[in-house]
Design a protein around this ligand. Structure first.
Ligand code: 4HQ
Length: 246
């Protein structure tokens, strides 16, 4: 998979994308991350990327031409890949694991990073860009959001994460939060690891984990329970848990 990022701050990349699973995916040739300086695609002496908002108001708006020329240059570099173009924005559709899976199915993505009050709206129209938000809060720029998009998409590229099971078993793949995890020591500052996990009874452990994943999801993210597809065992465990709290 290839991902191009367009930004006025190319020096902040690869940052966290250069280490760990995502760094290794690049070393192994599974992921190619290409970062472009938006100012390369300006044509005035001052390399301007922003202008005053039409209609007035505070702050500056990013001009359309540098972004459009950047994507044209990227398309010219990879003429057969028809990249999907993503614009990180609080006005976008929320990034979810399902949306990340859909993006990971594309062989080529371009992620555009806005700054200031945002990007001239014609950029999304002209480039057929999908606006994506990483959450309901306000960042200073789109770069951190772009890094989040790259991170969640890149770890879904086949081979990027060593153990296939650890992707399949992630929270959200199952539609539930993860069960609690513990490691050594068995007792720490008076807090013991749940006895069942030390018992070696694989079937009991499996059921306990399923119950605790359901318990956490019910308490912390009840709306996820409503959306989850639960098997008969999960429905029975859930009924028990609801009885406990009732
Ligand atoms: N911004 N999810 C404003 C975000 C954001 C978000 C990025 C701030 C774009 C212009 N992006 N700039 N939340 O807050 O994606």
């Amino acid at each position: 998979m290839r991902i191009d990022v367009v930004t006025i701050f190319p020096e902040i990349f690869p940052g966290p994308l250069g280490v760990g699973v995502i760094g290794r995916a690049q070393q192994h040739g599974l992921l190619e991350l290409v970062v472009w300086d938006l100012r390369t695609f300006t044509r005035d002496r001052h390399r301007s990327v922003d202008g005053l908002p039409y209609g007035g108001g505070a702050g500056m708006v990013m001009m359309p031409e540098p972004f459009v020329r950047a994507v044209e240059a990227i398309r010219a570099c990879a003429p057969d890949s028809a990249p999907r173009v993503v614009l990180t924005s609080p006005q976008g559709e929320m990034l979810t694991q399902a949306r990340a899976r859909a993006l990971a199915a594309a062989p080529h993505l371009v992620v555009l990073c806005g700054r200031y009050e945002g990007v001239d709206d014609r950029v999304a129209d002209l480039l057929g860009a999908e606006e994506i938000s990483i959450g309901d809060y306000v960042l200073t720029g789109g770069e951190l959001a772009a890094m989040v998009v790259v991170e969640v998409v890149a770890r879904l590229v086949p081979g990027a994460v060593g153990a296939v099971a650890s992707v399949a078993e992630d929270s959200f793949s199952a539609g539930l939060l993860d069960f609690p995890q513990y490691t050594r020591p068995a007792e720490f500052r008076g807090h013991a690891v749940p006895q069942v996990l030390l018992s070696g009874h694989h079937e009991e452990i499996r059921r306990w984990r399923k119950r605790e994943a359901l318990r956490r999801t019910l308490l912390r993210r009840p709306e996820m329970i409503d959306a989850a597809v639960l098997d008969e065992e999960a429905r029975a465990l859930l009924a028990e848990l609801r009885g406990e709290t009732a």
